[in-house]
Design a protein around this ligand. Sequence first.
Ligand code: KIV
Length: 266
Amino acid sequence: MAQSLRRVTILDLAAAKRNRRPLTMVTAYDWPTGLLVDASGVDCVLVGDSVAMVVAGRSSTIPATLEQMIYHGEIVARAAARAMVVVDLPFPFQHLGVRTAIESCARLLKETGCQAVKLEGTAGQADVIAGIVAAGIPVMGHVGLRPQAVHQLGGYRMQRDIDAIMADARAAADAGAFAVVLECIPQDVARSITESVAIPTIGIGAGPACDGQVLVLHDLVGLSMDRVPKFVRAYADAKASIADGLSRWRHDVEQRTFPGKTETLG
Ligand code: KIV
């Protein structure tokens, strides 16, 4: 049966939580990955600021700029016809006051065609989330390990301040976020949050009790150039496949077996 092309909305995500249907979200950064991730049938495509790490080879997400997120967001939003496309608000726009945050999120929506923004924040950013939501922009929160705060958190490590994590997730929900990413937190904490907030929780390194799961595409398909976190399961070996193709092509050129008759035009 042909898959309907109706766009996934925040109402579908809320219904999934009510019906206990697990949600799926994967990152994409460009035209081919946007097309492939959307075609896989996931609920959400995330244009993550992880683009700075997995695409640009930076050591954190901090260097990602608003212009870069708009550039990648616009490409992915054009590629994805069915999934809800969520784009990351890069550092530090959620910390510059409600007005600047609204202006930045409005640019992300207007100039990319994405349907929602994700922002990392603690309970301290509740007023910012509330302001963006009041402007009619759907917000996905992101608590626990907040990669933009990696230097303050002392590295990419499991977050164990249970009270703070619970308070941050509840604050995001109370402020009007439609979903919240829980990153690198103990599974019992993720379960408690999932049971106590009305919005869907989407986990990464947060165990199986979340309402959904998210992974970085390059980790999922074995294309990451850096150390892969322990919570990742790779479902393909894209790096080996690409390396093999490249080395066979080089070999064939050196042996003068490429191009052959069928690849020669005249
Ligand atoms: O930027 C990103 O890819 C993310 C995911 C890890 C959730 O925020």
